[in-house]
Every structure is written in C-alpha cells, then in structure tokens.
Design a protein around this ligand. Structure first.
Ligand code: PRX
Length: 644
C-alpha cells in the first residue's frame, strides 16, 4: 500500500495547504477516493457553525471496519494488525494478524447481534487494555452500534452518569484489569454503577484477571462462551464472516465523554466518514508512516488518542499498532525502552507527562536498550516544556528522530496543528503549522482577530475558522450544549478553549486552557466537576478548585475548602475528601493540595474570584491584581498566609 496523499516535502505541504483552502471539495474528494465506499458522496462538505450543522461526504455509504480490516486482507492478511504487550513482561505477547482481527471482530459483531444490539444502540465499554477492547470497539462499528468507551480509572458514579446520559443498554467489561502491581476490579465497579440503573439489559464480561465476580442471571454473560457460540453460527467452509452494516457518512461512530467548564462531562459525538478520512490522513502525514512500520501509541483507548491513533488511524492505514496493557514505570522505569527494543518500534507517540516522569529516573533505565529502530517521536495531550523536549530528542531519539508536537482535542477527532515528521520544521515546545484544511485564528475576548504583536508574537484565544472532516457533530442528547460550548463564544468560529502564540513563520505554540478546565497528566478535568465532588463530602461548606504548575503532571489540582471542622483533625478531613473525590469521579481527579480556609474571595455579587486563588496557588504573593471589589479583602491575606 502506498499513499499518494502523503506529503513528501515542505514545498508540497505549502501547495497542499493552499489547495485545501482554495478548493476543499476537490482536495478532500481526491483523498477520499482511496477508501472503500459502498456508495460515494454526493457532496464533499456542507456546514454552518450557527446551528451548528456539519456534514462531510454527504450521501456516501460505508462501514469503517471494511476500511480498517477487510480491504487489507488480500495483500496483508498475515501481517500483524495489533501486537499486544501484557502488563507483566513474563507473560506471552499476543500478535493479532489482520486475518485474525477480521475473524474476531466478525465473531463479536455476531455476539452483539445475538444479544439484541442494533444499529444506533449505545454500547458502553469499560475494559483494560487487552486486544478484546479493540475487538469490542470494532465489533460495535461493524454492526453500526455507537461505542462509548470509559477509561478504567473512572468511578462507578462516573460510569452511572455516562450510562444514563447515553441511555446505554449494553456494557462490555472485564473481570479485572492489571495496571502495574495493581488489579482493578472492573466488573465490581460496573456492578456498583448499575445499582438503580433501569436501561442496561446485558453485561458481557471478558476474563482477564480471574478476580472473583458476581454474575447476575439473565443480565451478565461471559465473553468466551458467547464468542464460541457465535463462531459456529457464522462459520462457512472454514471462513468466518459477518457482513458489515451499511452506514451513512454522517451516522455517529462513537461517543466519548470529556470534561468542560461546567460540572457535567459532555458526550462528544463523532461521525463515520469524516472521522475515518481525517484519522487516516493525519496518521500517514504527521508521523510520515511508511508501510511495514511498527507504531506504538502509549495512550489508553479510554481517551481520544487511543481511539484515533491506536485503533482507527493506524488500522485504516494497514499499519501494525502496538497496544500496551501496563504502565511506564512497572516493573521498572525502563519498561517503554524494553518494549521499543523488543518489538523494534519505529514510531513512539506518548505524553509529555510520561516523558517528564521517566526523565526523573535519569538515563540508567536506558542502559543496554537498543532504541535504534526508532524513526519518529511524537507528543500529545499538553504543552511540552523545552527541557523535556530536549531530553526526549537527545536520549530517546538520539538526535536522529524528528519530534512531532501534535495539538488536538477530543472534539477535533484528530491532529489539527503539528509539524510533519522530517518534512516541515520542528521547534521545541511549538506545535507549529496547521494541517491542510485547518484554519486557525487568534482572537481577543471580543472575538476580534489579534493583529498587534506582544514581544514579537501574536497572542490570543485559539479558534478555527472552517469545518474540517472530523470536527465533533454534536454533544450527545443536547445539541444546544454543543452550540453554546464551542460555537457561540465567537460568531462563526469554533472555539478551542486554548490560548496560543503565533510567530512570524506562522508557527503556533499552545499555551494551555483559558477556561476552567485543568490538564492534569494530559487528562482533562473540569474545576467545577472537582468542586461538585468535594462539596458532596458532608463536612464541606464550599470549595474552589484551581490549577497550579506541577513538575511532572504539568498541572496539579489545588483545592481551597471551607469545612465545618467538627472533629478538628485536618489530616483526617483531607483523607475523607480525597476518598469522596475518588468515589464521585475517580482517582485521577484527586486534589494534590487541599487548603482549609475560613472564606473564599468573592465579589459583592457572590462570584468567586478565581484569578486571585490561581495566583496564590501558583505561589504569587505580591501582584494579586485588583482586590478592591472584594466583599472582604481581608480574606486574601488569610488565605495567602495559610498557603501550602
Ligand atoms: O489544552 C489542550 C491540550 O489538551 C486539550 C485537549 O484534551 P483532550 O480532549 O483530553 O485531548 C487530549 C489528546 C488530544 C487541549 O485543549 N493539548 C493537547 N495536545 C496538546 C495540548 N496542549 C499543548 N500542546 C499539545 N500538543
């Protein structure tokens, strides 16, 4: 397979970019020609940001799994699609060829059918990083069901909220999941999430850890039994096949919940055709994927990065995608480097937080590890600081591998701003240039384009002017929420929630969120969400949560809490609050610091002045800005003195 739409030079990038803006219809239809369609499109794109209503490849019919699997079978059936590296390095590696992947996905599609799943139904997936997770995702896509994967670190309460919001009737889970030296009892968490639930009809359980589970008669069934039965049903002359459901280009492919500035996570909805074309196009161009290469994205499939760059992007390109069950520091901090050496990885795509944490162990864990197979390195999820960028470049890439700093979001479906490996220039801690079809714009708070430079750079709120194929289509069950969140801040613009700088070369540097969303270890968490969870604790009167710079996590969570302090033991209350947050959201949202305060800085109209709290959390003591509008300015001094 060769990719005629792979950009081969900086000159070509400029030409392609220009063409994608001047004539998007012919630009994208030329690329879309390389995919398998049941019926081609009537129109390449039609959209408005007012409603918003966005359609790509309108009128086309397809199934994404035919593009990710079936079309590769003739020439690459025996090639590994997925190489699975288990949590425990002593355990056997599993290599899943495209033929095997086809078989398993077909079997699982039949399992779904046997259990009453139909096109358009929502299926919640809560599993560890095992190949069966990929089969589950693709099995849903094959039958036309909408998957909603929930990261294994979320609590029962978070799952319950997501099940309710999506009105999900089916769950796929594991008995448990391995993560380093821990076993997470996934099925038990699902049982808790299902207390009081009235919509879920079936729970399919895959055996991974042999953690004891309770199976409810009529509702809970074993994956293994179902798969075996399905295999017999659909096998004919030694071949297992399940005909893929014909999907409309705009039929939803999946929902993925993500945090925003309000208390409740939103179900971002992606559609079939546009998402497929974009994840494939960006995978091939950003990483400059060459046929035969081994790609290792270290994300979890519970996040968008795993959806787009472990599953859909690499598989649609016919690549070999490595899936890792464990964590980078177990059994020791050399685990990533062992995996690269063992599987001769060519492309490594990871998060700055992982790089910073491994950097802390020095270069000893690298000794004796052969990293010479590496060709391209990538980062995603948060701004990368220069120190980490150089460490990655020198110690992992040995100064021979281009680093792509890829900026994007759950809502964008795939990478929007990034250098192309070895093709367009890289600049430490800059995401640099937009992909073809992407038109960024920096605006001030009123929505006016920034034209005046500050210290030689343009600085503003990052917006995108026109629709690209994989932009979100809606937020599940609440289109108005989608409109107000992304399309109403500035007229006719998609607002990203990020701030950015632009230099004279047209390069962008993303500086971080400008709304009330935190980015902790590359995970998105809303401050309001954490506050709601803290406020659930019986002893808490009120709280305010802000981010502060954290050496490894990028941002840490700082909570200011007013408590009724009945027993007078701050340490105990702190522990109780952490426990509450873990229960309500999950351990990823636990505050790093909790400071008990007597009051919060509020305006006369009762609004918390977060700007002041943010400065205090960052360690600023002098320039806290104007405090004269505060109801009780004295409270600021008190909070400052009690800082931890
Ligand atoms: O603030 C940006 C940051 O991560 C946010 C999106 O988070 P999420 O939807 O969870 O998706 C993460 C994986 C795509 C963005 O609004 N972000 C992501 N990539 C970068 C980044 N910040 C700076 N540089 C990046 N390369």
């Amino acid at each position: 397979m060769s990719y005629s739409y792979q950009i081969k030079s900086y000159e070509q990038y400029k030409k392609d970019y220009q063409q994608s803006i001047d004539d998007p219809a012919s630009f994208w239809s030329n690329i879309a020609e390389y995919f398998t369609w049941r019926k081609k499109w009537d129109e390449v794109s039609t959209w408005n940001f007012k409603e918003p209503k966005i359609e790509w490849f309108k009128g086309a019919k397809l199934n994404i799994t035919e593009n990710c699997i079936d079309r590769h079978l003739k020439t690459m059936g025996d090639k590994p699609a997925i190489i699975w590296e288990p949590n425990n390095p002593e355990e056997r590696v599993r290599t899943v060829t495209y033929n095997r992947l086809h078989k398993r996905v077909c079997q699982f599609a039949q399992v779904l059918k046997n259990n009453g799943v139909k096109k358009g139904d929502r299926v919640c997936i809560y599993m560890g990083m095992v190949p069966e997770l990929a089969y589950a995702v693709l099995g849903c896509a094959r039958i036309g069901a909408i998957h909603s994967v929930i990261f294994g670190g979320f609590s029962a309460q978070s799952i319950a909220d997501r099940l309710y919001d999506a009105n999900a009737e089916f769950i796929i889970t594991c008995d448990g999941a391995y993560r380093g030296d821990k076993v997470i009892p996934l099925k038990n968490v699902i049982d808790d999430a299902l207390i009081g639930n009235r919509t879920v009809k079936k729970v399919i359980v895959y055996t991974r850890t042999r953690t004891p589970v309770s199976m409810l008669k009529g509702r809970d069934i074993w994956w293994e039994d179902e798969m075996e039965f399905a295999e017999h049903q659909i096998e004919k002359d030694g071949i297992v096949n399940f005909p893929a459901e014909e999907m409309d280009a705009e039929d939803p492919l999946f929902i993925l919940y993500t945090s925003g500035s309000t208390g409740k996570p939103k179900g971002v909805v992606h559609s079939s055709a546009g998402y497929m074309v974009w994840t494939n196009y960006t995978f091939i161009n950003v990483f400059q994927y060459q046929p035969g290469q081994i790609h290792f994205c270290t994300a979890d499939i519970g996040w968008i990065t795993g959806h787009s760059y472990i599953v859909y992007g690499p598989l649609s390109a016919g690549a070999t995608s490595v899936m890792f069950e464990g964590v980078p520091t177990w059994p020791d901090a050399g685990r990533f480097w062992d995996i690269i050496d063992k599987h001769k990885i060519n492309i490594l795509y990871t998060a700055p937080t992982a790089i910073r944490s491994l950097m802390g162990f020095g270069t000893k864990p690298l000794e004796g590890k052969d990293l010479s197979s590496l060709k391209v390195l990538g980062t995603v999820g948060e701004p990368i600081n220069e120190e980490a960028w150089h460490w990655y470049d020198e110690n992992i890439g040995k100064k021979k591998c281009p680093i792509v700093d890829t900026w994007w979001q759950t809502e964008t479906g795939g990478i929007l701003i990034s250098n192309l490996a070895g093709i367009t220039p890289a600049k430490a801690s800059w995401a640099t240039l937009p992909l073809p079809g992407v038109q960024p714009l920096l605006v001030d708070d009123k929505g006016n384009e920034i034209t005046e430079k500050e210290d030689g750079l343009l600085k503003g709120n990052l917006c995108i002017k026109a629709a690209w194929p994989s932009i979100l289509r809606t937020t599940y069950g609440d289109h108005e929420r989608c409109r107000t969140n992304y399309f109403a801040t500035y007229e006719n613009l998609y607002f990203t929630g990020d701030g950015a700088l632009k230099d004279d070369n047209g390069f962008y540097r993303i500086t971080g969120r400008v709304d009330d969303v935190l980015n902790v270890s590359g995970h998105r968490i809303g401050t309001a969400e954490v506050e709601n969870a803290i406020n659930m604790h019986a002893g808490v009167v009120e709280s305010a949560v802000v981010g502060y710079p954290h050496d490894i996590k990028g941002q840490g969570i700082y909570a200011f809490v007013i408590d009724s302090n009945t027993h007078g033991d701050d340490e105990l209350t702190r522990k109780d609050i952490l426990q509450t947050v873990s229960r309500i959201i999950g351990p990823i949202a636990k505050p790093d610091k909790i400071q008990f305060v007597k009051g919060l800085p509020k305006t006369r109209s009762g609004k918390i002045m977060r700007r002041i709290l943010r400065k205090i959390a960052e360690g600023e003591t002098q320039n806290l800005g104007d405090t004269t509008t505060l109801l009780d300015p004295g409270i600021v001094e008190e909070i400052k003195n009690g800082k931890i």
